[in-house]
Design a binder for this molecule. Structure first.
Ligand code: PXG
Length: 444
């Protein structure tokens, strides 16, 4: 019997677990197992410390395991383990919605709880369609996404998403969907610091779509304010403002998917505030509980919410929700996470630290294979030229070298993407970029 040393389990014992988004056979031959985490570091099963350059999966914004969050979950589990949110609730759900409404741009203050980013997106798309119907405008059903967009793995989110490899295997998606082009153009934008100067005009593609579909058929446009998984693409200056104006002109709802940009990543509680453009609906997840308990949310404007509140008072206004919506443990973690963010003044700190982050990220310009560096807030992508006919192989090799050197980064196609906990220090920022520097110098 082969024993996998990291796990003290037989190779066969690894079979039943089907891992998501993973090369299962390769993983099971060489498992990466983590047994602990604190602050900026993971502990692997071999006892190595790994600097977490990804905040888990873009979610552990205050670093791993803040005691206040852990204690809040523990305590809540002892009081009220579960209660349905259908026609009943519990006090923490109301408290959390109120706290979140205090973090969002003005006018966005009605919070619908779900359990993940994917559910947040599907819920937001359904709310957008139902909103128009509630106003007597049921012909508005079309949903517009964008190339390179990631909106989770539900059929709704996948339909508006723009990463072909994610969509390919699953048959027909939602009908009545179209996409804007993405905003990346290396020739015009390479090594931009923060938002690129070129590309605002790409928002006019929405105007062009209204000429194909007729604006009166379009319910909503959904975009990530900064494309995340698709490779960290900050919006060109003026682009989001232009999308907003076109949506207003045609009565189209604007949804910002802030699953990554929410909860401080751009130096304000939400990216909408940091970027100065207010959507009608925000989706969030990840940083909501600092990754400790699954949770997501749809934050709607009062205008959207009020449109649902016009019918008979005893009637359910939105036929939608999940068994675990507003789960007591998630709400406890959500409240404690906001406490921790505020106690550390983490969002302001992020705004300050991102200048150093930007400087160090761009110090990689001129190193071998590096064809672009993109950054905004505490996000960055290091674009690595692919080997001929082997897309992704060189970035994967660089990512593996970083892992061996004790730094966890993520690869997205030909890019290394970085999204560290917001508590990162200057010395840790140096270590991340120096490790990448050594890695790209070492690979062919
Ligand atoms: N919207 C956005 C913008 C996201 O980044 C989701 C929705 C879906 O969230 P859930 O909680 O359902 O996973 C996400 C998630 C990666 C990666 O490799 C990114 C995500 C998830 C898994 C992998 O970058 N983002």
């Amino acid at each position: 019997m082969t024993i996998v040393p990291q796990m003290n389990l037989s190779r066969e014992a690894l079979e039943p677990y089907w891992l998501p988004f993973t090369a299962n056979r390769a993983f099971k031959a060489n498992p990466r197992l983590f047994v602990g985490a604190k602050g900026m570091y993971y502990t692997t099963a071999e006892g190595r410390q790994l600097l977490d350059g990804m905040a888990g999966l873009w979610c552990v914004n205050a670093g791993h395991g803040p005691e206040r969050i852990t204690a809040a979950i523990r305590e809540q589990a002892g009081h009220l383990d579960y209660v349905s949110s259908f026609q009943m609730s519990h006090p923490l759900a109301f408290k959390l919605a109120e706290r979140i409404a205090g973090l969002t741009p003005k006018g966005l203050d009605r919070v619908f709880f779900v359990n993940s980013g994917s559910e947040a997106v599907d819920s937001a798309l359904k709310i957008a369609r139902a909103y128009h119907r509630a106003r007597g405008d049921a012909g508005r059903t079309r949903l517009i996404g964008r190339a390179k967009g990631y909106h989770g793995m539900g059929f709704g989110g996948l339909s508006v998403a723009g990463i072909a490899r994610h969509r390919r295997d699953f048959g027909p998606l939602l009908a009545d969907v179209d996409h804007l082009p993405h905003t990346y153009n290396r020739e015009h934008q390479a090594f931009s610091r923060g938002q690129p100067a070129w590309g605002a005009h790409l928002a006019d593609e929405l105007e062009a779509l209204t000429q194909i579909h007729d604006a009166s058929t379009i319910a909503a446009v959904i975009v990530e304010p900064v494309t995340g998984s698709g490779g960290v693409l900050p919006p060109p200056k003026g682009y989001l403002e232009r999308l907003r104006a076109i949506c207003d002109r045609h009565g189209i709802l604007l949804i910002f998917d802030e699953v990554i940009t929410g909860y401080g990543r751009l130096g304000e509680a939400f990216g909408s505030t940091a970027l100065g453009v207010t959507p009608d609906i925000i989706t969030c997840a990840k940083g909501m509980t600092n990754g400790a308990v699954p949770m997501g949310g749809v934050i709607a404007s009062t205008k959207v919410y009020d449109a649902f509140m016009a019918g008979p008072e005893a009637a359910v206004e939105l036929m939608h929700g999940y068994t675990y919506s507003g789960h007591p443990l998630a709400c406890a973690a959500g409240l404690a996470a906001i406490d921790v963010y505020e106690e550390l003044d983490l969002f302001t700190r992020t705004a300050t630290m991102s200048a150093y982050w930007e400087k160090q990220a761009h110090s990689l310009q001129g190193e071998p294979h590096i064809v672009d560096v993109r950054n905004i807030g505490l996000l960055a992508a290091i674009e690595i030229a692919p080997r001929p006919d082997e897309p992704g192989s060189r970035s994967a090799a660089a990512g593996n070298l970083c892992y061996e050197a004790g730094v966890l980064v993520r690869t997205a196609g030909d890019a290394l993407v970085l999204s560290p906990p917001l508590i990162i220090s200057e010395a840790e920022i140096d270590r991340i970029f120096d490790t990448i520097r050594q890695a790209v110098r070492a690979i062919a």
